[in-house]
Ligand binder design. Sequence first.
Ligand code: PGA
Length: 269
Amino acid sequence: MPTPCFVANWKMNKTIAEAIAWLREMEKHQPLLPERGWEVILAAPFTLLCSISEFLKTSSLKIGLAAQNVHFEEKGAYTGEISPLMLRDVGCRYVIIGHSERRLQFWETDLLIRQKIKGAQKAGLIPILCVGETRRERKEGKTIRVINHQLKKALRSDDPQSGATAGSRKMILDRFIIAYEPVWAIGTGETPTPPEVESVHRQIRSFFKPAMGEAASDIPILYGGSVTEKNIEGFMKEPDVDGALVGGASLSAESFYKMIDRGVKAKIK
Ligand code: PGA
């Protein structure tokens, strides 16, 4: 069984004071947070990571820290970039890689995404790899083809020693989390139906079966795109939906903890 998890993706939002206020509110509602074994992850802007990490050191709040982006090298002349080692140093355990906002607005290519995955894993970070189709690709019936292509490109290893073979390719099979995020559902209030999400998640899991066998069942596959406390239950009831990557609805601590609570209850029913 995969470890179910909920990821708050704050994107480019919040000052330090706002971040601390959010954490304090989450702290008050601890009873609603998942029992052991469930992960709650906060993907915050770089400027907040240090303050959040310090807060968590003295708090009983069980939240894993994530960055929203990373460079692939350990260090060097890359003005404006942040390395995987720096993220580890500040207390991050996870990093979002390949979010569609970075693919589309910052021209991140499949090759760059693969380099970032490798760099992150080398430093011991767990990548949260985002994949998903555009509205047009969906209309043209290309959803699965697009996702398989993104997975293949992102996780293909150039090192013959690493990982198992999927098709003709070697795969990077260290720990990772997959987030299925249809581009047309992000921030729009539109979502696929829960059975549609389940069908894509099942096919993502099948993608890994040739390389990983039964271990493919342990990969956490999250759904992301306009998830709220109102629609979370429908998604979480599906067997292959292991959690959610939440943007807009995670900015309010109240809506995020209510969402976690409803999501957990829907899953364990
Ligand atoms: P949203 O964003 O929940 O605001 O749609 C999700 C994401 O982009 O991760």
